[in-house]
Design a protein around this ligand. Structure first.
Ligand code: GRF
Length: 222
């Protein structure tokens, strides 16, 4: 008997800005490459350009303006209630520029992922590309990781590398890394949707049930 078609994984995507990673996820889904059901896009900024991408795609779009909340805990509580109403199996941070409280992060343990534009654990935080250039690095990249209470510090499970050119500015480097992010993030989400990647006890990532010793790197040719 043929097996039943796999149910798409319900997801919610959180954004703050341009939403180009969101767009890549929507495209991969639309083209049948990514078995996810994007139940909602939530932005903490009412003017985020990514909101247009989401609305145009017909996805339910929610704004929760962080400036209208007295503190981080209050914002996170509202955000959590909104997310949970969509019953996602995965929450995807795609350029979501807010530090999340440990309570929020723990609520979604193993179901909350982020993409960061460096080869973590190197260069966490902001202003990544300029710091990579200033440090004289010849290779940088992007990392998809589970989110834990430590900002950009959760266990990684897929990376892409990008060569740094001698004449790169932070802007040119950011643009090339971003292009690779658009390939990397859908593939990483695919691994989760297919049940191949999981977060086990002790913050150990497993791939196909086997503990991941080194973070796999996509061959992007970049
Ligand atoms: C990306 O570089 C991502 O790695 C970082 O924020 C940026 C978001 O870009 N977390 P976009 O909004 O997806 O275009």
């Amino acid at each position: 008997m043929a097996g039943a078609a796999q149910q798409p994984l319900p997801v919610v995507v959180l954004i703050s800005g341009h939403g180009s990673n969101l767009e890549a996820i929507i495209e991969a889904t639309r083209c049948g490459e990514l078995p996810v059901d994007i139940r909602a896009v939530i932005s903490n900024r009412p003017d985020a350009p990514g909101l247009t991408i989401s609305r145009r795609a017909g996805i339910e779009t929610v704004v929760i303006d962080h400036t209208c909340h007295a503190d981080r805990a209050g914002f996170d509580a509202t955000l959590q209630t909104s997310i949970d109403a969509f019953e996602p199996g995965l929450v995807i941070l795609a350029g979501f520029m807010r530090i999340l409280t440990p309570g929020f992060v723990n609520h979604y343990r193993g179901q909350l992922i982020n993409i960061h534009p460096s080869l973590l654990p190197e260069f966490p935080g902001l202003n990544t590309h300029q710091r990579v250039i200033d440090a004289g690095r010849e290779v940088t990249g992007a990392t998809v990781h589970f989110v834990t209470a430590e900002t950009d510090g959760g266990p990684a499970f897929l990376q892409a590398r990008v060569a740094v050119r001698r004449d790169d500015s932070a802007e040119t480097l950011a643009a090339r890394v971003l292009r690779q992010e658009h390939r990397l993030y859908p593939q990483a989400i695919h691994q989760l949707a297919a049940g191949r990647v999981a977060l086990a006890t002790g913050d150990q990532v497993t791939l196909d049930g086997v503990p991941l010793e080194t973070v796999p790197v996509l061959d992007t040719g970049a």
